[in-house]
Design a binder for this molecule. Structure first.
Ligand code: BES
Ligand code: MN
Ligand code: ZN
Length: 490
């Protein structure tokens, strides 16, 4: 998709569709310019009550006199002073999803002045939405049901340097989110640890980022006893992918991004019921989000150093599955008694976390579809946040707000650590039924030493069970924007 900024006069724009945002309050200068060229058609429709500008309202017009474009889509933005970044994003997604459900070559989007969002930000949001919305989840269908545009022009945005840069940033974010979504949406017969690692290596070569893939033998040399135990029941061999992006010079601090990459979670011997198992191809969303974020950070050439580590395994049932009651020795030397083989994500992360700690990183963020309990607590669209370092977490929250993503911090009280006491080993891998997202985080905390660390439980927001007008079901790329915003703020 070619995305450009143009300052063409509204009546001169030629595209398959012209999108014109309409406010509930006073007609904007853009609307007035349109109406002046189009015999006041919007004013007349407003009088009829057919156009109100109410948020999310969509009215299609065709062959409007005075307009070169054959089709016009009016989209309501609601009251001007109540419009936020998140609302604008949702509206753009709805519009572009609607237009990309048919073959439309070109779209011109007239960019409104929004009180609470800068012009550059609006341009970025529009570009990201166009890229994300025009890509679906029908990876394997004979007939495509979503069509990307060849050209998108952001009309009347002016074509200054800042706008061009914002558009480029928007496109990079969109394409990175789509990469994450694609990896999550592909079926688990295809996305094995090896497949994921191969895709990551390919990407590293393309980005000219240093990449390393460890196989079962190297993982054994690294003493990753917890990760390897999870993988043991599967015929698919595990992988650890480590990418190093050096954007700030080697001696500057390194931020680790760690991703849970369980390419399929059957639960192991603590087998999941079918209903809970059927979306477990998405249990590698943490790793896919880390990979998408590295893609964005490298393409944006951000001045930070990132070590991205993705632990890739399948959690399966067989004669060689790890057992309940078994005691594992993690890479850090900590022994772990297994009380539930479905609490596998924390075992994989334990070894990957201690690996990045030993690499000497200054800060760690891990992303994982870790617990159903977090979804019970916060719902399907909010990321659970846990930390051992409040200032770092506050900085992260600021980035999330700037990126327009919803997060909520949960406590790390010592009483939850008590639930993990084991009679035979240093720690056991599950606590009681209650507060399971927190006990999981307390488990991870054992493996980060004193390194400032944030754990993101994305079990809810990483995967959408159903399609809505503003977003496709399947992988979502949640938290990728926030990671990029944080990397920018470092
Ligand atoms: N991958 C699941 C968590 C999950 C649940 C992700 C729902 C997305 C949607 C994880 O490995 C798991 O099974 N966790 C268990 C932990 C329990 C056994 C302590 C859970 O949440 O039930
Ligand atoms: Mn599990
Ligand atoms: Zn899992």
């Amino acid at each position: 998709m070619q995305i450009t900024a143009s300052d063409q006069t509204i009546s001169e724009i030629s595209a398959d569709w012209l999108v014109l945002p309409v406010f509930e309050s006073e007609p904007s200068p853009l609307e007035q310019a349109f109406d002046a060229a189009a015999c006041n058609v919007i004013q007349r429709l407003r009088e009829l009550g057919d156009v109100t500008g109410e948020q999310g309202e969509i009215v299609e017009l065709r062959q409007v006199a005075g307009m070169k474009t054959p089709r016009v889509l009016l989209v309501g933005l609601g009251k001007a002073d109540a419009l936020t970044r998140a609302k604008l994003e949702r509206i753009c997604m709805t519009v572009f999803r609607r237009l990309s459900s048919k073959k439309n070559r070109s779209v011109a989007f007239t960019v409104p002045d929004v009180a609470n969002v800068s012009a550059a930000q609006v341009a970025e949001i529009v570009a990201t939405a166009a890229v994300v919305a025009s890509s679906g989840q029908s990876v394997y269908k004979k007939k495509a049901d979503r069509f990307s545009f060849d050209e998108l022009s952001l009309a009347t945005a002016g074509s200054d340097e800042a706008t061009q840069q914002a558009i480029e940033r928007g496109r990079i974010l969109g394409e990175s989110i789509n990469l994450t979504r694609e990896l999550v949406n592909r079926h688990p017969g295809e996305v094995t640890p090896k497949y994921f690692a191969d895709r990551a290596s390919e990407l590293a070569a393309k980005l000219q980022v240093h990449g390393e893939v460890m196989d079962r033998h190297q993982l054994a040399q690294e003493r990753m006893g917890a990760l390897l135990a999870v993988s043991r029941g599967s015929t698919e061999e595990p992988r650890l992918v480590v990418l190093r992006y050096e954007g700030a010079g080697e001696s500057a601090p390194w931020l680790a991004l760690v991703g849970k990459g369980v390419t399929f979670d059957s639960g192991g011997l603590s087998l999941k019921p079918s209903d809970s198992m059927k979306s477990m191809k998405a249990d590698m969303a943490g790793a896919a989000t880390v990979l998408g974020a590295v893609n964005a950070i490298a393409r944006l050439k951000l001045k930070v150093n990132i070590i991205a580590a993705m632990g890739l395994v399948e959690n399966m049932v067989s004669g060689s599955s790890y057992k309940l009651g078994e005691v594992l020795t993690a890479r850090s030397g900590t022994t772990i008694e297994i009380h539930n083989t479905d609490a596998e994500g924390r075992l994989v992360l334990a070894d990957v976390l201690s690996y990045v700690v030993d690499e000497g990183v200054s800060q760690i963020i891990d992303l994982a579809t870790l617990t159903g309990s977090c979804v019970v607590a916060l719902g399907e669209e909010v990321t659970g946040v846990f930390t051992n370092n409040q200032p770092f977490c506050d900085q992260f929250s600021t980035a999330a707000r700037a990126a327009g993503e919803d997060i909520w911090q949960l406590p790390m009280f010592e009483s939850f650590r008590d639930q993990l006491k084991s009679d035979v080993a240093d720690i056991k891998n599950v606590g009681t039924r209650w507060g399971g997202a927190i006990t999981a985080a307390k488990f991870l905390e054992e493996f980060v030493a004193d390194t400032p660390w944030i754990h993101l439980d994305i079990a809810g927001p990483a995967f959408a069970e159903s399609t809505k007008p503003h977003r496709e079901g399947g992988g979502t790329g949640a938290m990728l924007r926030t990671l990029v915003a944080l990397a920018e703020s470092l």
